[in-house]
Design a protein around this ligand. Structure first.
Ligand code: ADP
Length: 237
């Protein structure tokens, strides 16, 4: 059956530069990419090749100099601040260094993300934060502070926080980099399960070969160019 749904991420002829005048350096070259709703895509490739830059452009955290970048059918290149704020409410971010607030408990960290979306969420935010922590297997750690949690547990809180507001897209930058093999695997499988349950689309940037098989599709960045090879995990394993 062919799908008639528009892609949730659609990038066309995108270039990006850092610096200006004689320090100007092009880091992304003619990027073209479409990601469909519900896909789990892994972007891999050498360090310094432009993966994080592309991820931050997709998240509306910076603007590209030329080309088109549509997220949820809306052009974000050149979008206004209110449009970008609205876009970001549909995106969950997970970073390598989890970025939890050290002075807030696990529940308070997740609740804080819910508060940012309070205008369209109903009900008891504390209860929703606890439910999300239950979903990542941390029901016994809701009142713990980050320094009393293991690396894997902290990353689970970060996943709970990213997914609590039910974003349509999750952007994850090296989510397993600080974790041992088992914790890294658990964390990514958890992301996969929750994404399927919530029907969200995930893009993971990683160097971690151990998690490539969770992807529906793997894309490869090298020297600022995205490989158009649409290899699936089945064909590279
Ligand atoms: P990757 O995520 O693949 O490791 P990055 O997107 O972080 O690659 O970096 C791509 C290139 O852009 C690198 O050469 C890096 O040094 C450069 N770069 C990244 N961020 C900045 C910045 N804020 N200012 C200038 N150059 C940057």
């Amino acid at each position: 059956m062919t799908t008639t749904q528009a892609p949730v991420i659609k990038i066309h002829n995108l270039d990006h530069f850092f610096g200006s005048d004689n320090t100007r350096k092009q880091v992304l070259f003619d990027i073209n990419l479409e990601i469909q709703a519900g896909e789990i895509v892994i972007m891999t490739g050498p360090s310094g090749s432009g993966k994080t830059t592309l991820l931050t452009l997709m998240g509306g955290l910076r603007s590209a100099q030329s080309g088109s970048l549509q997220i949820l059918q809306q052009e974000i290149n050149g979008a206004t601040k209110p449009q970008l704020t609205k876009l970001r409410s549909n995106i969950g971010y997970i970073f390598q260094a989890h970025n939890l607030m050290s002075f807030l408990t696990a529940k308070q960290n997740v609740r804080m993300s819910l508060e940012l979306h309070e205008h369209y969420l109903n009900g008891d935010l504390d209860q929703q934060a606890v439910s999300m922590l239950e979903a990542v297997g941390l029901e016994h750690r809701v009142d713990y502070f980050p320094h009393d949690l293991s690396g894997g547990q902290k990353q689970r809180v970060a996943i709970a926080r990213a997914l609590a507001s039910r974003p349509k897209i999750v952007l994850a930058d090296e989510p397993t980099a600080a974790l041992d093999k088992k914790s890294g695997r658990d964390v990514v499988e958890l992301m996969q399960t929750l994404a399927k349950e919530q029907g969200c689309t995930i893009l993971i940037v990683t160097h971690d070969n151990r998690i490539l098989d969770v992807a529906d599709r793997i894309i490869y960045m090298e020297d600022g160019r995205l490989s158009q090879n649409t290899a699936t995990t089945k064909s590279i394993s």
